[in-house]
Design a protein around this ligand. Structure first.
Ligand SMILES: [Mn+2]
Length: 373
């Protein structure tokens, strides 16, 4: 059973106000090309189809086209809702789409029956769990105490009564303890969401979504495919990919990756203004960190001439390296205005004024004093 596993498309997402739709359209085409070259039996989309529960119309149209293209390739398609999706909106037309081998698990209803596919080795059961919170599961199990996400997921899985003597796959969108996170996931603070990997014991493959870096958690058969695109600068050094999981006889799993190459990369650039401004430049989505000690006036507008898609600009210099805000100036009698300004300058920039700067300030202060007297 050959599975092509993706997740966290976040269609319609903007990164630092930059709309990702065109890049997403291109990356979906690359995924279709991977379906063509790999000929999987099924495509698994493990949640977070959209970035918002009410996605923009362009995102809905894009996913509609993607699904239509997938169906025309004669594969089974498994879709679960993630924490960013509206389960009800995602399941619109789900019963009708079953006829086209599109299987959607939207709102949790307390019972999960497997979808069974057959290959030359026999049957494989696919269990589809939508994103679960304790409050989603509790109403269906009044006599079980469900305090945590871990309780919720374990209760829902126990209630499936999966037959682990058969080949079986689970599709789930949760935060498994030990997974390496990025800045774009919007997790609940404090680790409340954690689910122990042991919840997925017994399944030949757990096709996971929610965490945006592709990775195995603990063992090769518990895996996040990651996002198809970088959605934060913390992912600048990640290689995004499509996961191919091949299940032979029970317990025999092979996993490989097909790299995805975005039309525009997301990168971090650090250096002084002159070097970056006089460099080659490109259209990539960049976060520029300037190391100049003095702020460059209108830096972002100037840099956009070489890097039109600067999404973020920061400084890394003596001033920004100071860990706290400005300490109160110690105003004592007997200090001249120029001395006070020198102290202020030092606190602000973590460096002393040069002789020239000091002379300039003294002259300026004198002029102001004379005007007022
Ligand atoms: Mn996500």
């Amino acid at each position: 059973m050959k599975m092509l596993h993706i997740s966290d498309l976040h269609l319609g997402k903007k990164v630092c106000d930059f709309p990702m739709l065109d890049l997403q359209d291109n990356i979906l085409r690359q995924i279709l090309a991977a379906v063509d070259s790999e000929s999987p039996d099924c495509v698994i989309i493990a949640g977070d189809i959209y970035d918002k529960s009410s996605p923009p119309t362009q995102a809905v149209t894009m996913f509609d086209n993607f699904l239509t293209d997938l169906v025309s390739r004669n594969v089974h398609i498994f879709i679960i809702s993630g924490n960013h999706d509206s389960p009800e909106r995602l399941s619109f037309g789900a019963h009708i789409m079953e006829a086209c081998n599109v299987h959607i698990s939207g709102a949790y209803k307390g019972i999960i029956s497997p979808v069974t596919l057959t290959d030359h080795l026999g049957e494989v059961d696919f269990y589809m769990l939508p994103f679960l919170r304790p409050s989603t599961v509790r109403p269906f199990f009044k006599d079980i105490e469900i305090k945590s996400y871990n309780d919720a997921v374990n209760t829902a899985i126990d209630a499936m009564h999966a037959d682990f003597s058969r080949r079986c796959v689970i599709i789930s969108h949760q935060f498994v303890t030990g997974a390496v996170t990025s800045d774009s996931e919007e997790l609940t603070v404090g680790g409340l969401e954690n689910v122990d990997a042991a919840a997925y014991d017994g399944f030949d493959y757990a096709a996971l979504g929610h965490i945006h870096k592709p990775q195995n958690v603990g063992s090769v058969n518990i895996r996040y495919s990651g996002t198809p695109l970088k959605y934060s600068f913390s992912e600048a050094n990640q290689q995004k990919s499509v996961t191919i999981a091949e299940l032979g006889e029970k317990g025999d799993l092979k996993v490989s990756e097909i790299p995805l190459v975005p039309e525009l990369d997301m990168r971090e650039i650090k250096g002084c203004f002159e070097d970056i401004y006089s460099g080659e430049g490109c259209n990539d989505l960049v976060h520029i960190t300037l190391t100049d000690e003095q702020d460059i006036s209108d830096a972002i507008r100037k840099l956009r001439k070489v890097y039109p898609n600067v999404l973020r600009l920061d400084y890394d210099n003596k001033r920004t390296q100071m860990n706290t805000g400005l300490a109160a100036l110690e105003v004592k009698e007997g200090k001249t205005p120029a001395e006070l300004f020198s102290e202020f300058y030092f606190q602000r920039n973590n460096a002393h004024m040069s002789e020239v700067q000091l002379e300039f300030v003294k002259e300026l202060i004198n002029n102001i004093w004379e005007e007022q007297s």
